[in-house]
Design a protein around this ligand. Sequence first.
Ligand SMILES: Nc1nc2c(ncn2[C@@H]2O[C@H](COP(=O)(O)OP(=O)(O)OP(=O)(O)O)[C@@H](O)[C@H]2O)c(=O)[nH]1
Ligand SMILES: [Mg+2]
Length: 300
Amino acid sequence: MKTESAAHRFGRVALVGRPNVGKSTLLNAILGTKLSIVTPKPQTTRHRIIGIETRADAQIAFIDTPGLHQGGKYALNRQLNRVARQVPEEADLLVHVIDGARWRDEDEDVWQLIAKQSVPRLLVVNKVDKLADKKALLPFAAEITRERPYAAVHFLVARRGDGVPALLDDIIGFLPEGPAQFGEDEFTDRSERFLAAELVREQLMLQLGAELPYAAAVEIERFEDAPDITRIGAVVWVEREGQKGIVIGAGGAQLKKIGSSARRSMERVFDRRVFLELWVRVRESWSDDAAALKQFGYSE
Ligand SMILES: Nc1nc2c(ncn2[C@@H]2O[C@H](COP(=O)(O)OP(=O)(O)OP(=O)(O)O)[C@@H](O)[C@H]2O)c(=O)[nH]1
Ligand SMILES: [Mg+2]
């Protein structure tokens, strides 16, 4: 019997959903590497980040997005939602991620957004490990899809990678035929400089409580590659003098802890030694200031 190899496929796949449902966790699980930062707090992702998966038969450019949300009142919130709203327009396939068997108003907002696109939509019910009653899943999915035409539904535990290979196979089947658009060894559109800033912000979000994670932005001032080490200098911008003290901590202990965790993540991701210096500075109400958002790389 003659075997014919399937045509090569290429497509852009947007990961969309409200904040905190596991979009970035899913991206990292698909790529098998850490690209997008993940924290238990909503509004972790602030940028459109492309992660490229290259296989023999297909190349897929996954686009991670900020969670579409209600109620945010600052220019930063509007910018995050602007990115979340734009991305579906450039995708060949939309993957809508939700958290367990719950459908909130913000999930409905995402559906309303993607329903306008003429490309296929997949529903990913993530975090099914948290559900005590797994029997509720199928009736829930049937109810959601009755009036909302998703092309398929997948149940996932993105944090453990459960369900990810089957989802990936399904995604490839929906993509148009076409040649690869990125080099074989390219895995993102983002620079190491960008990833370094994100890894510092991840530690700020993980280690600081209350409102501080939302008041922090990171700007890389120095990024120098030497043969044996990369030297990175970064500024943590906060909105008020009092926040500066919290980030620095007694005797500088908090900032030191943030810095050493971020440095270790960078060494893992970049696979080389890193020397990291952090400074904390105040930029009054930056998250509601268009010029500051631009300076910190939030508007493209
Ligand atoms: N129990 C469980 N937790 C998960 C799973 N996937 C992700 N999480 C957790 O959910 C939280 C949010 O994950 P993220 O990947 O940052 O979510 P996101 O949708 O990218 O969030 P934003 O960037 O804020 O929009 C983190 O604490 C993850 O570890 C899962 O399958 N099961
Ligand atoms: Mg995210």
